[in-house]
Design a protein. Sequence first.
Length: 275
Amino acid sequence: MRSKRAVVSFSNQKAARLSKPPPPQIKIGEAFRVTLGRLLSKVGIASRTKAHEWIRAGRIAVGGRIVRNPSLWVAWPRDRVTLDGVALEAATRRLILYHKPKGLITTHHDEQGRQTIFDVLPPDLRTLHAVGRLDQASSGLLLLTNDTALSAFLADPTNAIPRIYLVTVRGHVSNETVQRAIDGIVDDQEHLSCKRIEVQKRSKRESHLKVTLIEGKNREIRRLCRALGHEVTRLRRICFGPFELGTLAPGEWIEASHARGIQMVIKKASVRQLG
């Protein structure tokens, strides 16, 4: 028999900061040293694989000289880099909110030939990269961008950007088990833990949880729940920092304002650090 619906919240207060650090900053558009192969990917005009193909084919020149070595270091934009004689410019920064369906792999190319998110997304989104990952069996909000500074900021655990998931597991999850998940365990020599857990509903058969993480470790929720004796049967991300899944249906995506997105990220991180 199912228990009455109740929401029980637990959170890890150990991370509370007494000092008030300055608001975080995201540095965008500064000159940087980078290998030629990675440069084409970073400015958003080609995937790393395609960039290497172009370089080896002699389509790229640095300072007017053809270069065929993807590992050559350049200082861009100080060094003039051209593709087929046309000067390289940074692509327009883009930020996509995508509802990843179950069954797709979060990568550009899968060695096992499984279908990836970029196999089903429009061609003009294939130069973007995912911020973090959702495994094949998981669904929900996935951020796509060509702004490596933004994605690095979001993924950096020191910035404590929250990711929120709705999780269904087998069995009755006790308050003691929830506290163990928040305190953390060691799995395969890696510390796993949750920032916060809300028990939304539980019965002998299954429990429904709302889980908040502030790091993006590989399959962290599934590994953590398994180690505590509960198999995850459903996992859906509904929030990443200030960005929410909302009413997006599986497979749907919307484009957010890049500038507005950066403002929202900084504001969210600032509130968390200064609050």
